[in-house]
Structures are given as structure tokens and as C-alpha cells.
Write a protein that binds this ligand. Structure first.
Ligand code: C2E
Ligand code: MG
Ligand code: MG
Length: 696
């Protein structure tokens, strides 16, 4: 303060003080040494005495009450009279002021004229201030307990407050952070744009919400979902920024794990279907459309059997090795994927020096070399389907589907070394899809029926048993042969219910013929390998036999030889169960399945059926005759009967009889007959074949 200014600060007139004090919101009073009010301002008068009587001359004791006066007021007033100013706070009830917080000050005064000590009382209403403080205290406790990190900075970003959560998450202590700018937490990975946008937003007085990647004290990174809001004073001026942050690192990690899982096969590290498709698309986008490039799809035949024999762990190890070899044959880094249990895919970039044929041979060669599982060499066979990019760009997904289609075809036609995708395959696949859809309703719509073909004693022409053959009476296409729809049923899980229906239907026919007192023969029903997959087929057969009241010996089950090409523990177990039930077992189409005789001997067959291919060529083909001889050997080892399929002429019948074959079936004797016609045949009991006038 300057000298001049000080001289301006002259002592005003005492009445000015009085006017000033009268107008004050504070409660002001002067009390004498006898504790009586000598003067009060209007506010004091209002608080203490709602009545209009003046407080002047009244004792303080009367106003505050005896007890309070004795314990609190008088000791303080006395101290003040001794020259010590007093200051204390009280909460008190007053009809006028309600529940209020008051700050009471006693100031020692000396009456200039009387020469006596007096006490000046100034009571300030601090309720609002106290409320704010209490509020603040609550907020601070919440901030303290909050699991989210909270920071308050000044307008330059210098940290003024951090809560314990922020200390914990960042690894920095409070002392290290306060006074520093929030830049200490920056990782350098959040793009500058994000910070620019953040500052623009908060400097514009708005709240910013976004994600920041920060760095802990130990250098590790973490993600934070962050809200930064400007804090304003009573005048609305921004004075601080508050940041509330949620650690989203765990969420991010889970997200990226999930993403990786969607694109990377966890067992082999190859791409998943999605991953492969995306990588292939990127290749095409980058390198352009190369008509000579191709997508190859392979699957491991009999992985299930390998799992059976070596456990899933063994199967997994084989797949891992398999995928390594696959990667070695891929062009470009890692364009190989595992898109299903045993299905893998491979992209081959064009190579002008190597024709497709050579490349496919190399793949088959490389992938089907024996694998070493704990010192045991495991030979595997693979199926291969592929599609060339050719002309006409297609999305990666379409290329994958085409290669898959070709692989699918290879499953159906395994004599080829691989199958290429063609438009015709696509059309056939569509037709198959249509047929599959229709087959789903065929059972419930009663479109399936069984026809019966007699099995005959070749020397007498007597009917000895019958084979039940499925027919699909399609409402538009007429009779569809099982050769067309059984493979579809096998691929679409429909073979379960259809196969069960066939067994039941055959047994029900047998029952009704028995009930009619007909000389009933045994009936054979064909069964697919797929029907054994659930493991409960013997149980199903047992149930049907019980429900229809048919003796097990009257039912025979025919299983084609091709299913015995590979060892299968579950098939052997179930066939033995069926045999133990006394159901007869027949080995169908013998000579077509490439199975070893030694291996077949384990199975409890009662009957072996020589495939019609050999029967037809018996007269002009030594190989076919050798097959018949082999069947005779196997049959005698198994103590089984032999039956020849596809007898179409007397010459074939005679040749078979000469070779010692006693039983047969074929168009020569009878076509497969509708149930009603077969019943008629049973009733007649005639020798077969029927003569023309018998058929009339
Ligand atoms: P499969 O069990 O070997 O049945 C014999 C097939 O040869 C039948 O064809 C029959 O009509 C035909 N056939 C009989 N005698 C002659 C003949 O002298 N010459 C010629 N060329 N063919 C003859 P179909 O009925 O078309 O059945 C084909 C295959 O479908 C059956 O072969 C069998 O494997 C399968 N199948 C039929 N019914 C069922 C069934 O209910 N379930 C299952 N899973 N498969 C069935
Ligand atoms: Mg058969
Ligand atoms: Mg057959």
C-alpha cells in the first residue's frame, strides 16, 4: 500500500460503523461485563427474539438458556473479558433460522468513556459453507473408493488430484503424478489425432469420451476408456479438467483373442475358414486375378480310426504334422488353412514351370507319406478336390466352396486321384440339395416302400428267403432307386430314421405274412455303415424285433464289403452284438471292397454275397472265377453260406451250380417285387422262375 493510499484510509464517523453493522447479514451485538446486551443489530434481534421487544438490557443467560450459559457461554465470555478473543462453531435451532451452522466470535472491547471491558459478538451463518464442505467430503470419499481412475488437472493438464485407483492402475504414486502433466502416462501409441480432438473438445467446454492407450510405470501398456469433462466455478468459468477412466485392457485382450480364434486354428496355427478366405481375398486384391492359380482342399481319410487307435492326442499330433507339410507346399507365406476337423485347404499361386498335374501329384505324395507317431509309421490316405481360378473373377468364399464341392465329389468317387471342380458338379450338387430337402419329408409322407427280391435255391428253384430293397415313390419323378437316394440319406443324417424304418417295415411284413399262416421266409435288410456310427444300432434292432414279435433268426442284415476296407472297432463290436442276438449277418457285394480276407475273418458272417459284376462275367473271365473260388475259401473258414447276386440267365445259373454255388438271386428268377406281389408268390409256393402263364 502506498503512503498516499494509507492516508486516504481515515477513521470514519462512529455512526457510519453503526449503519454498516446494522446492515450486515452477520449477527452483531455488544455485551457488558454483566453479560447484558448493550447493543444488537437487526439480524441479531431477529434471530434471538422473534418478539419486537428489544434485547438491550436483557441477559445473555436468558437468550441461550441456563444450562448452555453455564457450560459454554459464560466461560467463554469470561475469557474474552480477560482479553482473549474467542471463536467457536455451534449448530443451533432457531425458529427463525432453522437448523444452521454458526461461527461465533467474541472480541474483547474497551468502552472508551466508561473505561470498562465489553464483549463484541459477531455470529456468521456458515451453513452454506459447511454444506459445501460436507458435499465435497462425500465426493472425495467416492473418488477415493472408485475402482475407476480419477484425475483432476488444471487447464494446462497439470495433475492436481489422483485417486488411489489411478495410482494402482498406472503404477505411479500420487507424489510422482501431482504437479506432472498427464503426458507422463502417454504410451505414444494413441494417434495424435485423438489427442488433438480431445483438447479441441475440452477447450471448447465439451466433454470428451474416447479410448487412450497408456503406459504404466513399469512400461507395460493398458487401454483406458476415458471421459474428460471441464469443471466450472460458480461463474461458469472452466477452472479444471476431470478425467474418469476405466481400464479396458482385459476387454481388449479378450476381444483380440476372440478375433484370433476366428481367424486362426488353435490346434495347428493355420488359418480358419474365415482367416483363409480373407487371406486369399487379400492375395487376389494385391496380386490380381491369375487364372492359373488354384485352391485345393484335402481331407484325411479315416482320421476317426486314427483317433480311435491313438486317442485324440495322437490324432491331434498327426494333424499338426499334416499342417506343417501343407504349409511347405503352399505358395506364399501361410496360405493354408484348416477349415474343419480333418479338412484343410491350400492356395497355390500360378507356376508356369509346373503343370497342375505335377503339382497335385507332389501334394498327394508329400501329404500321404507315413507319419511317425511314437515310433510307429502311420500311413494315411487323403482326398483332394480343387478349383482353378480360370476366367471370371469370384470372391474367395466362392472359390473355397468350389474346391469343397470337388472334394465332396472325390468322397463319392474315390477311384480318381483327385477331382477338379466343374460347372456340372455345381448343378449336380444343387440337384442333390433339392433331393435332400424332399427326402426329409418322404418318410412322413409315406413315399418310401420296400420291394422284395427272392433268394432262391439254384438246384430246385425254391424260394428260400428275400432281400428287402428300398424304393422312393417320388410324387413327380416316380420310383427313385436306392443307388440315388441312399448316398444322400447317408450324407444328411437321414439314413438313421430311414434305415430304422426299413428294418421295421420288413419285420412288420414278416409279421403279417406269419399271421396269415404263409410259409414265411427270412428277410434281409441292407444296412449302411453310417447306421452304426451312433453305437446303438443293435439296440434299435432288438427293440424292433421285440415290438413286432419277430424271431431274430428271421432277420438278416446285409452290409456291403466296402465298409470293411478299413479297421473299425465300433463296427466289429456292434456286429458281434447283433450276432449274439442271433440276427444273421450277410457280407454284400463281395469282391468290390478291397478288404483283406484275413481281416474279414474276424467278422461273424453267416452269408457272403458274390457281387453281380463277377457273376455276370463268370463265363468269360478267369478273374471272376478266381473270386468265386476265394469266396468259397472264406465261406468255409467262416462256416458261412454263399449266394450269387445278379443271375440273369440259365447259363450263369448252371455255371454257378457247376462251381458248387447253391443259392442265388437275380432277374432270371424275379425282379424285386412289391410287397403284395411277393405275398402272392409266398402263397403260391411255386418254383422260380415262374412260367409266362403263371404270371398271367
Ligand atoms: P444290393 O444290396 O447289392 O442289392 C442288389 C441290387 O441289385 C438291387 O438294386 C437289385 O435290384 C439289383 N439286382 C438284383 N438282381 C439283379 C440282376 O439280375 N441284374 C441286375 N443288373 N441287378 C440286379 P437296387 O434295388 O437298385 O439297390 C441298389 C443298392 O441300394 C443295394 O445293393 C443296396 O446296397 C442299396 N440299398 C437298397 N435298399 C437299401 C436299404 O434299405 N438300406 C440301405 N442302406 N441300402 C439299400
Ligand atoms: Mg443287398
Ligand atoms: Mg449286392
Amino acid at each position: 500500500m502506498t503512503q498516499e493510499a494509507a492516508s486516504d484510509n481515515h477513521m470514519p464517523d462512529p455512526s457510519s460503523f453503526q449503519t454498516l453493522l446494522e446492515a450486515s447479514d452477520n449477527l452483531c451485538a455488544i455485551v457488558d461485563a454483566d453479560y447484558r446486551y448493550r447493543w444488537v443489530n437487526a439480524a441479531y434481534q431477529r434471530l434471538h427474539a422473534p418478539s419486537p421487544d428489544s434485547l438491550v438490557g436483557v441477559s445473555v443467560r436468558r437468550v441461550v438458556g441456563d444450562e448452555h450459559f453455564a457450560s459454554v457461554t459464560r466461560p467463554r465470555l469470561n475469557r474474552c473479558l480477560d482479553g482473549q478473543p474467542q471463536c467457536y462453531e455451534i449448530e443451533r435451532q432457531s425458529a427463525v433460522m432453522g437448523e444452521r451452522d454458526l461461527e461465533v466470535r467474541y472480541i474483547p472491547l474497551m468502552h472508551s468513556e466508561l473505561g470498562q471491558r465489553e464483549i463484541g459478538i459477531v455470529i456468521a451463518d456458515i451453513t452454506h459453507r459447511r454444506e459445501c464442505e460436507r458435499e465435497l467430503q462425500k465426493m472425495m470419499s467416492i473418488a477415493h473408493l472408485s475402482p475407476s481412475s480419477i484425475a483432476i488437472t488444471d487447464l494446462q493438464g497439470r495433475i492436481e488430484y489422483v485417486n488411489p485407483a489411478l495410482e494402482k492402475i498406472s503404477g505411479y504414486s500420487r507424489d510422482e503424478l501431482i504437479g506432472n502433466t498427464s503426458a507422463v502416462l502417454k504410451s505414444g501409441n494413441t494417434p495424435d489425432d485423438v489427442y488433438r480432438n480431445l483438447w479441441e473438445t475440452i477447450e471448447g467446454g465439451q466433454t470428451w469420451i474416447g479410448e487412450l492407450e497408456n503406459r504404466r510405470r513399469d512400461g507395460s501398456l493398458y487401454h483406458e476408456y476415458t471421459l474428460i469433462a471441464p469443471l466450472r466455478d460458480d461463474d461458469g468459468k472452466v477452472v479444471n479438467y476431470a478425467a474418469i477412466k476405466q481400464d479396458t485392457t482385459a476387454l481388449r485382450t479378450t476381444e483380440s483373442d476372440l478375433e484370433r480364434l476366428a481367424f486362426e486354428d488353435s490346434l495347428t496355427g493355420l488359418y480358419t475358414r474365415n482367416g483363409f478366405s480373407q487371406a486369399l481375398q487379400e492375395w487376389v486384391d494385391r496380386e490380381g486375378w491369375h487364372s492359373e492359380a488354384m485352391v485345393v482342399m484335402v481331407d484325411v481319410i479315416g482320421l476317426r480310426d486314427i483317433n480311435d487307435a491313438y486317442g485324440y492326442e495322437g490324432g491331434d499330433r498327426l494333424l499338426i504334422e499334416f499342417s506343417k507339410r501343407l504349409l511347405q507346399t503352399a505358395s506364399g507365406p501361410g496360405l493354408a488353412g484348416r477349415i474343419g476337423g480333418d479338412e484343410c485347404t491350400l492356395f497355390l499361386a500360378p507356376d508356369p514351370d509346373e503343370p497342375i498335374q505335377t503339382r497335385l501329384e507332389a501334394i498327394v505324395d508329400q501329404l500321404s507319406r507315413p507319419f511317425d507317431l511314437d515310433g510307429v509309421a502311420i500311413g494315411i490316405a487323403i482326398r483332394v478336390g480343387y478349383t482353378r481360378l480360370n476366367h471370371g473373377t469370384r470372391p474367395a468364399d466362392t472359390l473355397l466352396r468350389e474346391a469343397e464341392r470337388a472334394l465332396f465329389q472325390h468322397r463319392a468317387d474315390s477311384n480318381l486321384p483327385w477331382v477338379a471342380y466343374t460347372d456340372r458338379l455345381e448343378q449336380e450338387a444343387r440337384a442333390r440339395v433339392d433331393l435332400t430337402r424332399e427326402l426329409r419329408t418322404a418318410l412322413q409322407d409315406n413315399q418310401l416302400e420296400l420291394h422284395f427280391q427272392p433268394k432262391v435255391d439254384l438246384s430246385t428253384g425254391h424260394l428260400v428267403s428275400a432281400e428287402a430293397l428300398l424304393r422312393w415313390n417320388h410324387p413327380e419323378r416316380g420310383l427313385i432307386s436306392p443307388g440315388v437316394f441312399i448316398p444322400i440319406a447317408e450324407q444328411s443324417q437321414l439314413i438313421g430314421p430311414i434305415g430304422e424304418w426299413a428294418v421295421r417295415c420288413a419285420c412288420e411284413h414278416l409279421r403279417s405274412w406269419q399271421n396269415e399262416g404263409l410259409d414265411v421266409v427270412r428277410v434281409a435288410v441292407n444296412v449302411s455303415l453310417v447306421q452304426f456310427r451312433s453305437g446303438s444300432f443293435p439296440h434299435t434292432v432288438h427293440r424292433i424285433l421285440e415290438e413286432t414279435g419277430i424271431a431274430p433268426e428271421q432277420l438278416s442284415l446285409e452290409i456291403t464289403e466296402s465298409v470293411f476296407a478299413q479297421e473299425s472297432a465300433y463296427l466289429l463290436r456292434q456286429m458281434r452284438e447283433l450276432r449274439a442276438m442271433n440276427v444273421r449277418l450277410s457280407l454284400d457285394d463281395f469282391g468290390t471292397g478291397y478288404s483283406s480276407l484275413l481281416y474279414l475273418q474276424q467278422y461273424p458272417f453267416d452269408e457272403i454275397k458274390i457281387d453281380q459284376g463277377f457273376v455276370t462275367h463268370l463265363m468269360n473271365d478267369d478273374f471272376s472265377r478266381n473270386i468265386v473260388e476265394a469266396v468259397k475259401m472264406l465261406a468255409s473258414a467262416l462256416d458261412a453260406e454263399i449266394i450269387a447276386e445278379g443271375i440273369e440267365s440259365t447259363t450263369v445259373r448252371d455255371t454257378l451250380l457247376d462251381m458248387g454255388i447253391r443259392l442265388g438271386q437275380g432277374f432270371y428268377y424275379s425282379f424285386p417285387l412289391e410287397a403284395e406281389d411277393f405275398r402272392w408268390l409266398l402263397e403260391r409256393g411255386s418254383q422260380l422262375p415262374l412260367t409266362a402263364d403263371q404270371i398271367e
